[in-house]
Design a protein around this ligand. Structure first.
Ligand SMILES: NC(=O)CC[C@H](N)C(=O)O
Length: 373
């Protein structure tokens, strides 16, 4: 079946339908990861976006019940060069096509994703529409131009959990699967704010010895502090951090009270709570092969990233120093508070998908909690 992708600036790509049929809109971004499409599909930070993979063959490893990063698929469309229906993987239980169909995610394949990626790099990430029912350029452009821009959208509130819960699952190990932590292993009490948290962050925290209680985005700071945690964690999540004013105000009440570690949206929210500004990048960073320097050790790590916004470090004045730098676009990759036990990173140390170079950040958080007990 035929499918088309129309971008808001008028560029149209023709391809074939896979996954669910119908129509979907969202901000089109490209992801440079060569593996891990299942983790990409279930990353809540992609809510409101349609993802194109720059890797050309997608579907070969099928879908398995283990590599999921949240309870559902959040992205609104999936764009690939060559979809492979014949999967071969000892863990696979179904095909990517069936998975997308079952979850109502519209896909398009057989288009020139290299041309699409170059277009997004030149013109910037922008809204798009995938359709298997309407092929009229005028009508498609009318529909895509009615979609609100990602800048200014608070999308995190809709993906957070409803009530607090406890998480005890550890990292995956070959031959073992996901282990469960015993109470004796969990030495540091952590309250983790869920703005669209990825499961592997929770697993990394537990494997590092954290006793994790996940709380909704709106959970009052006073109640979090009443739980007397050793540290607070601020998660990743979708959308623009700036309109999340109530959340930012709440984080402000936690600053100076407990050690804080933030990842991605959590890092951006922390930047805003500390008085800084955030801005939208031209096309952001989405992939699992992005070089970052830890400025404390001068070591370069290859990281997983998925963001379209960035913290302006200058806007934070003297309060925070730059701790990590993105070596591709020189954007702020991490910051450290000069006086308080607070640090955060823009990339995803939990990977999933991606290399484990940055796992050490979870140990840094634990050390910080230990020193500030
Ligand atoms: N992965 C994330 O937390 C993404 C943060 C934010 N939505 C951005 O696009 O920059």
């Amino acid at each position: 079946m035929k499918a088309v992708l129309a971008l808001a600036d008028g560029r149209i790509f023709a391809g074939k339908s896979f996954g669910a049929s119908g129509e979907a809109t969202g901000e089109v971004v490209f992801n440079t990861a060569m593996t891990g499409y299942q983790e990409v599909l279930t990353d809540p930070s992609y809510r409101g976006q349609m993802v194109t993979m720059t890797y050309t063959q997608i579907g070969n490893t099928g879908i398995n019940p283990e590599d999921i990063e949240s309870r559902q698929l959040y992205l609104s469309g999936f764009i690939v060069k060559e979809y492979h229906d014949f999967h071969s993987n000892w863990r696979a239980t179904m095909s990517l096509d069936s998975y997308l169909k079952e979850n109502g995610v519209v896909g398009i394949q057989g288009l020139d994703t290299r041309a699409l990626t170059r277009h997004l790099r030149d013109k910037g990430a922008q809204n798009g529409i995938i359709s298997t029912v309407d092929f009229d350029p005028e009508s498609l452009l009318r529909k895509v131009r009615a979609v609100p821009s990602m800048a200014g959208l608070d999308l995190a509130s809709g993906v957070s959990c409803d009530k607090p819960y406890h998480w005890t699952e550890k990292l995956w190990e070959l031959g073992e699967g996901y282990g469960q932590a015993t109470p004796a292993e969990l030495k540091y009490k952590v309250v983790a704010y869920d703005f669209g948290i990825k499961y592997n962050i929770l697993r990394c925290l537990v494997s590092a010895g954290c006793d994790v209680t996940v709380v909704p985005a709106t959970f009052p700071a006073e109640e979090a502090l009443a739980m007397n945690p050793d540290g607070i964690f601020l998660s990743n999540g979708p959308g623009d951090p700036e309109p999340m004013t109530a959340v930012i105000e709440n984080i402000r009440k936690l600053v100076g009270k407990k050690p804080i570690f933030g990842i991605c949206l959590g890092h951006q929210l922390l930047g805003l709570a500390l008085g800084g500004r955030t801005m939208k990048l031209k096309f952001g960073n989405h992939g699992s092969n992005l070089p970052v320097m830890d400025l404390a050790t001068r070591k370069v790590e290859i990281t997983a990233q998925n963001h379209g916004f960035s913290v302006d470090i200058v806007s934070l004045g003297h309060a925070c120093e730059l701790a990590h730098e993105n070596l591709n676009d020189q954007t702020v990759e991490g910051m450290r508070h000069r006086d308080l036990p607070i640090f955060s990173v823009q990339h995803h140390p939990e990977a999933s998908p991606g290399p484990h170079d940055s796992h050490y950040l979870f140990s840094r958080f634990v050390e910080m909690m230990e020193t500030n007990r």
